[in-house]
Structure formats: structure tokens, C-alpha cells
Design a protein around this ligand. Structure first.
Ligand code: GLU
Length: 307
């Protein structure tokens, strides 16, 4: 079977109901898929059982359906995909690109301090590479990706459909990042790459907070011999404190009980995305009008960013 031209996805973590911010990502990915005549998938990213809320996947799917956003296939759940992640980790190990790490957080901090490196990026430490040459007798805790190739830094350049040309020195800015955590859970980066490829995703459309994860994901795609999708990172909804809207700064579950509330929620998400106001009396009519409006807006973006 040949690969369909466009497959998009919305990949919510079921830690809470959809809110104004997550609806923006859901709507953008749906509109982009529909405008391309493609398929739209929903993937439930429920790897971290401690953060997930039981039944929230069904709540999110119900909210999406009430808005008219219905996936074209049964949603995948990452919690059922351990065997695929294990196989991909095995492939990286076989290529000498993943190694076991026996360091505790404390040991990493001490090694960084001893090297005079205080650089922290979004609360993440750039791993000092202690276990690259072996565990030194300690038990393996996590698995990490080697972020150098032939002792040269990895500088990844990629083009985002909205943000344009992007670049990251993965070696210096991220370092040997974790693929499988000490608690046995596969890391977000790793699971997303394995699943996007397994689902033949051609286009990733998601919030701009994830843009700086993209170079890590492209690196993993290359190391695993997988294709790289196109990327579009859409604007975030900010809370009153200027930070990305989330549970801690006022993300309320959306009010979607009446057609008017559903229409308002769609209109508000569309405003964040930069779509012009659309005349429509029902959510279904609004969605039908939004698809060509999105296509027109994105044609301009795609032309600008590929120029
Ligand atoms: N599950 C991630 C989140 O809820 C999104 C992953 C992605 O779109 O790549 O933020």
C-alpha cells in the first residue's frame, strides 16, 4: 500500500480535559489535514501513568467529537506500544548510538558543578557524558542517545512552516538526552518519533512550546532510518502570567455544552491561529468555512517560509 500524501495527528496527554490552549493545537492539526485532503489521527500520549487521569482520554475524545473533530481511525494509546519502543531502542543500541547511564540526578549535578558547568536549559541538565565510556560498575538506570557523531557536534537545521528556518546545536544545547528513564518509562521524544513513523505521519502540527524538541526528534528519525515529517508549530495561548496556558495558570475545561459555546470555543481558537472571522451559525458550518480559510492562510505561510 502506498503512503497516503497527508497524515496529520493530534497527540494529547490525558492529564486533563481539553482547554483553550490544547484546542488550538487540535483545531490547527485538523484544519491542516482537511485542507490537504488528508487523514487526521488522534494519539493518546498516556505513557506517564502518574500524570494521566483515568478516563480523561474518553473525555478529550468526547470534547473533540462535540466540536466536529473526529479522527479518521481508532486512536492509538502509547501505553500499549512498549514493544515498539523497546525494538527501536534495541536498534539504536545495535548501532552504538544509545548507551546505558548509571548516574543519579545528584551525581549529574555534582559532575556538572565540578566541571564548572551551570548551564541549564528549561530545567534540563546537559548530561556531562559520564557513562559514555561505561557504567564503571554501577547498575544501568536510564538509556541515553549519544549526541555526537564521530566526535563532532550535531547542529541540526530544519524549516518550520510558520517559524521558518530553525537551528539547534543538539550536542551543546541538549546533550545526550534520555530515551528511557530510570523508572522504565520511555521519554516523550522517543515515543513520539517511533509513533509518528509507525502511523505514517507526514505532518506534525502542534504548539510552539514543542518547537525546540524538534531537532531531537529529527536526529532520532535519522538515527532510526525513519522519514522526517513536515513541522508546523502554532501559537500558544498564554495565561494571565504570560506563560503557556496550563493547569497552574488558569486553563479551565472548555464550556462546550451548547452549540453557541462550541462555536465560541472554535472562534476563539481560530483567533489565536490568526484566521479571519468567519460567518457561520453552527459549529459544523464554521468548520466547513474554516477549511478553505486555513488553506488560504497557510498557502501564504508556506510560500514565505520556503522562499
Ligand atoms: N503529548 C504532547 C502534549 O500533550 C504533544 C506531543 C506532540 O504533539 O508531539 O504536549
Amino acid at each position: 500500500m502506498s503512503r497516503p500524501a497527508y497524515i496529520g495527528r493530534f497527540a494529547p496527554s490525558p492529564t486533563g480535559p481539553l482547554h483553550a490552549g490544547s484546542l488550538v493545537a487540535a483545531l490547527a492539526s485538523w484544519l491542516d489535514a482537511r485542507a490537504a485532503g488528508g487523514r487526521w489521527l488522534v494519539r493518546i500520549e498516556d505513557l506517564d501513568g502518574a500524570r494521566c487521569v483515568a478516563g480523561m482520554d474518553e473525555v478529550i475524545l468526547g470534547q473533540l467529537a462535540s466540536l466536529g473533530l473526529v479522527p479518521d481511525a481508532r486512536p492509538w494509546r502509547q501505553s500499549a506500544r512498549d514493544a515498539a519502543y523497546a525494538a527501536a531502542l534495541g536498534a539504536l543500541r545495535a548501532r552504538g548510538l544509545a548507551y546505558a547511564c548509571g548516574c543519579s540526578r545528584r551525581q549529574i549535578d555534582d559532575a556538572l558543578a565540578a566541571a564548572g558547568r551551570t548551564h541549564e536549559r528549561g530545567g534540563e541538565r546537559v548530561y556531562p557524558g559520564t557513562c559514555r565510556r561505561g557504567l564503571g560498575g554501577r547498575p544501568a538506570r536510564a538509556w541515553r542517545l549519544l549526541s555526537e557523531r564521530a566526535a563532532a557536534p550535531l547542529v541540526l537545521a530544519w524549516a518550520d512552516r510558520r517559524l521558518g528556518a530553525q537551528r539547534q546545536n543538539v550536542t551543546a544545547e541538549v546533550g545526550d538526552f534520555v530515551l528511557r528513564r530510570a523508572d522504565g518509562l520511555y521519554a516523550y521524544q522517543f515515543a513520539v518519533v517511533v509513533d509518528d513513523a509507525a502511523q505514517d505521519v507526514s505532518d506534525v502540527v502542534r504548539g510552539a512550546d514543542l518547537a525546540d524538541n524538534t531537532p531531537r526528534q529529527i536526529l532520532l528519525q535519522r538515527d532510526l532510518g525513519l522519514p522526517t515529517p513536515r513541522y508546523l508549530h502554532v501559537p500558544l495561548v498564554l495565561g494571565a502570567d504570560g506563560a503557556k496556558l496550563g493547569k497552574s495558570n488558569g486553563a479551565h475545561a472548555l464550556a462546550l455544552a451548547t452549540p453557541q459555546e462550541r462555536l465560541d470555543a472554535l472562534r476563539e481558537a481560530a483567533r489565536v491561529l490568526g484566521l479571519p472571522p468567519l460567518a457561520a451559525a453552527t459549529p459544523a458550518a464554521w468548520l466547513a468555512a474554516a477549511v478553505p480559510a486555513w488553506a488560504g492562510m497557510m498557502r501564504d505561510f508556506d510560500m514565505e517560509t520556503s522562499a
